[in-house]
Design a protein around this ligand. Structure first.
Ligand code: ADP
Length: 908
């Protein structure tokens, strides 16, 4: 709804009014034409009235026109052109013209009012502010669109309502007061809180102006209402930000300053400078050189240069530097300044500020320091990793083999690859001397000049390190002076002893000569680590070698046939080998760890006789008897003394000794056996040669047959000795041919019977058929003859001698039994030994060489047979030997008997 409804009267054109009025004039005048008796006043009055109305309606022109027409009609028709009627025109025209003028004035005023109202309406509806008019008694009269928008209420719901309804309840008084003040003073303004239709509160500013009529009475009060909520909020925010800004500025370590162009000396800083640097602005003013004086020496030159450059180029200056405060602290500042020019463009002064950036610098420095630390740690880690890799590689190398000389040489090559120009490794020999084991050089050795190549003896410096067992690091700058090392022109060197289990095994030396490398504690530590591993490797290898040698020695001692035992210096048995056990019958557990005097019975008695050599050359062993579990044994023993005690080696020579004894007996017996027939032959021959008496024929024959018999006997003895020799030397061949054992027995017995002594009978007992024997017939005959001769010989009191033949399983057994002296059972085996005789002293008067049974047993075994004796002392003896039959294949084919008889016939 529009605020005002303007009442604009429609204007009728004046000429139309004039024409209408003219017509009305005619109508009013003409009826009175001719009526002379009628009073002329009525038409005149009508005519004037019409002219006035025309003036009112159409303005002065229309009025004058109507008056003119009316007067002319009056003058022409009614007054008959009487000159007296002429003056009537003046009042006529006056009335109509005045009426026209008044009407025009009124209409002009009316138009103006309408225009004003229109303008007001336009302004009010276009206004952004809410415009409300209120009657003097406080009722709302007008309500524009902005008010509708502000309050959310339409005009028709508001008009006629009390204005106080716009305010919130608690602020209703504000509006009443405002209206009152406006009514009194003409205008007033206030801020208050109103309510929107939707209940929201509005912070508004209200301006009130009273509208008065001509009499000065208030007819209404216009209110202009604006929402200032946003502005209030903005004000609030502004205040806050201002507070913040101030707090910030106050807290900022910022100092503004100014100085004349190019004249830093006349620096005029703000008051905060005192807090920042400890010098008040007054002091700055008093001391022109203060700035330069406070500049940190490290920054001074740079900053002054930068300032000069900035002044010269008239460019803004920007830098960071340090100033020293009065307290002596260092403050990092950021300085930014720019020249300020006056209107003419010349530089009036320089303005700038100083900002304390110490914290940031400190943070940055700290950051850089941490970065540097991190980088250093990284580099350190990489370095350590390299060292670890190196050590791992070297350890792998050192542990790869027990040949420590080769591994040390390869380790030296590894060292010159990574750490040195030369690497020398020296090892200590068993005799304590130092030997150069290896020399490695970073460049290949050999061709060209290996000047100063340290191949010879270890240098005195290295010997010194080995002697002291302490590492040595020589570098030009650690006060050790010039570092010579033998012929090598060393720039720096490290020598580390190889230590293991408290012993120095040698030394590793790293030499820098030519590469400019200077060793430090790092390399020393690395080399020591490496040396420790190398020493361990050398020690292990040596220990392993020792253990191996000992194990070999122990193995040898286990299998050697000689008894070996070791007495320590205290005379306690430390070692007793299996051969010693078997020779003596004393077990190692019973002997080892015990004093020898207790462990070996009778040791005391023989100890002095045992030759002890002090060198490794064994002395000539002596043969001594010892009492053992197996009876008395003879041992050949000798000893060697060494630093840990004495080692004895001994052999059981009981058998050899017995053989020697037997040989000695044999010589005696054989001499006797030979001398007897020789003496007989010699005697008989002498007798036959004598001429002093003549022998008869019979006598001659007797002597001659004596010579023949004794010669035969001599020959037998000699051939026995020869045969025994042949058997010993294994130079006797035996043939194998089938023969008839019964035939052999018969022939032998026949030939023996020819010279059996009286009282002795020889008989044969044989089954009707005996298989052929496969053997050497002559050797079998020899055995049989030997046994028969023995039977006769050892039956001095005569008796029956029986020769038996028995066919066994694949064998034929020959037995010769007598009723003679017999043999004690403990001699049954030994009589088959060479030279063994039961009665070496021939107390029974029976002689012999002790070779017969030995030859028998050897021949029988060579023919694949066996021989044994059964005898009871004083009752007689029975010697049996078995020989294989000639045709073992006659036995069941493939049967075990066949195999056995083929391989070792007769053993069954
Ligand atoms: P010898 O030449 O002494 O007879 P042998 O080797 O033939 O040598 O005999 C060894 C020993 O065996 C003889 O010294 C003897 O004591 C004993 N001996 C051998 N044959 C008989 C026997 N038939 N009766 C008793 N003793 C015998």
């Amino acid at each position: 709804m529009p605020f005002y409804r303007p009442n604009i009267p429609t204007r009728v054109p004046w000429w139309l009014v004039a024409v209408l009025a003219g017509g009305l004039e005619v109508a009013a005048i003409l009826p009175f034409w001719g009526a002379e008796d009628a009073f002329p006043g009525l038409p005149v009055a009508l005519s004037v009235l019409i002219a006035v109305v025309a003036g009112l309606a159409g303005g002065p022109f229309a009025g004058l026109a109507a008056a003119g027409v009316g007067w002319i009609l009056f003058f022409g028709f009614l007054a008959d052109a009487d000159v007296r009627a002429l003056p009537a025109l003046v009042p006529w025209a006056l009335a109509a013209g005045l009426a026209g003028l008044v009407a025009d004035r009124w209409r002009g005023a009316q138009d103006e009012r309408t225009l004003l109202a229109g303008r007001l309406g336009a302004v009010t509806s276009a206004s952004g502010d809410a415009l409300v008019t209120v009657s003097p008694d406080g009722m709302i009269q007008g309500w524009n669109e902005a008010a509708e928008a502000l309050y959310g209420r339409r005009a028709d719901t508001v008009l006629g309502e009390p204005a106080s309804s716009l305010a919130v309840e608690r602020r209703e008084g504000d509006l009443a007061a405002l209206l009152e003040r406006a009514a009194e003073d003409g205008s007033a303004a206030s801020e208050s809180v109103h309510r929107r239709e939707d209940g929201a509160e509005l912070t508004v500013s209200t301006s009130a102006r009273a509208v008065r009529d001509d009499r000065g009475d208030v007819v209404e009060i216009a209110l202009a209402i604006a929402d200032i909520g946003e502005r209030v909020e903005a004000d609030e925010r502004l205040r806050e930000s201002e507070t913040r800004r101030r707090a910030l500025v106050e807290r900022l370590p910022l100092v503004t300053y100014s100085h004349p162009p190019g004249d830093r000396g006349s620096l005029r800083p703000g008051p905060q400078i005192e807090e920042l640097l400890g010098y008040s602005p007054a002091e700055w003013a008093a001391e022109p050189g203060l700035f330069e004086r406070l500049l940190h020496p490290d920054d001074r030159e740079r900053v002054l240069g930068e300032l000069t450059a900035a002044a010269d180029s008239a460019e803004p200056f920007r830098s960071e530097y340090r100033l020293v405060t009065r307290a002596g602290d260092v403050v990092w500042l950021r300085d930014e300044a720019a020249p300020v020019r006056d209107a003419s463009g010349t530089i009036a002064y320089v303005q700038g500020y100083l900002l304390d950036v110490s914290e940031r610098r400190r943070t940055r420095d700290e950051h850089e320091r941490l970065l540097a630390l991190a980088r250093a740690a990284q580099a350190d880690a990489a370095h350590r990793q390299r060292n670890l890799d190196f050590l791992a590689e070297a350890s792998g190398l050192l542990g790869s083999s027990l040949d420590y000389e080769t591994t040390l040489a390869r380790t030296a090559e590894l060292i010159v690859r990574d750490l040195a120009d030369w690497c020398l490794v020296d090892v200590r020999e068993e005799d304590g001397s130092l030997r150069r084991l290896t020399v490695a050089h970073a460049e290949p050795l050999g061709t060209g000049s290996d000047g100063g190549r340290p191949d010879g003896r270890p240098e005195p410096e290295i010997e010194d390190v080995v002697r002291r067992g302490r590492a040595r690091l020589v570098a030009p700058d650690n006060g050790a002076g010039a570092p010579p090392l033998g012929e090598l022109e060393a720039e720096s060197w490290i020598c580390v002893p190889l230590l293991s289990r408290g012993r120095t095994l040698g030394a590793v030396t790293l030499v820098s000569a030519g590469s400019g490398r200077v060793y430090g504690s790092d390399e020393l530590a690395l080399t020591q680590d490496l040396a420790q591993r190398a020493a361990l490797a050398v020690d292990n290898a040596r220990l392993y070698r020792e253990v191996e040698e000992r194990a070999d020695a122990a193995r040898v001692l286990t299998y050697v046939g000689d008894g070996v035992f070791l007495l320590d210096r205290a005379g306690v048995v430390r070692l007793w080998n299996p051969a010693a056990e078997s020779i003596t019958g004393l077990t190692a557990s019973a002997v080892v760890g015990h004093p020898v005097a207790e462990a070996i019975p009778g040791w005391q008695a023989v100890a002095d006789r045992v030759p002890i050599a002090s060198s490794r050359e064994p002395g000539r062993p002596d043969t001594v008897p010892v009492e053992t579990g197996k009876g008395e044994r003879w041992i050949s023993i000798s000893g060697v003394e060494f630093f840990g005690g004495t080692v004895y080696a001994f052999r059981d020579v009981t058998e050899e000794r017995r053989l020697d004894e037997l040989k000695a007996e044999f010589v005696a017996t054989a001499s006797h056996e030979l001398r007897t027939p020789l003496a007989a032959v010699y005697g008989a021959a002498q007798t036959l040669r004598r001429h002093d008496f003549v022998l008869d024929e019979a006598g001659r024959d007797r002597f001659l047959s004596l010579i023949v018999d004794e010669s035969e006997r001599l020959g037998r003895i000699v051939s026995e000795i020869l045969l025994a020799n042949q058997l010993d030397a294994d130079r006797l061949d035996v043939s194998r041919e089938p023969f008839d054992p019964a035939d052999l027995v018969e022939r032998v017995v026949d030939s023996v019977r020819t010279h059996t002594p009286p009282g002795v009978t020889v008989e044969i007992v044989a089954p009707p058929s005996v298989p052929l024997v496969g053997a050497d017939r002559d050797r079998a005959r020899q055995v049989l003859v030997n046994l028969l001769e023995n039977a006769i010989k050892y039956s001095p009191d005569g008796g029956r001698i029986e020769v038996r033949l028995d066919a066994g399983h694949g064998v034929v057994a020959f037995s010769v039994s007598d009723e003679g002296l017999g043999i004690p059972s403990d001699h049954h085996e030994r009589i088959f030994e060479k030279f063994y005789r039961l009665d070496p002293d021939m107390t029974r008067g029976v002689g012999g060489t002790g070779l017969g049974l030995y030859i028998c047993s050897e021949l029988v075994s060579r023919m694949g047979g066996t021989i044994w004796v059964e005898s009871v002392e004083g009752k007689g003896s029975s010697f049996t030997f078995e020989l294989p039959t000639a045709e073992p294949e006659l036995a069941p084919a493939g049967g075990p008997a066949a195999d056995e008889s083929a391989e070792s016939p007769g053993i069954a």
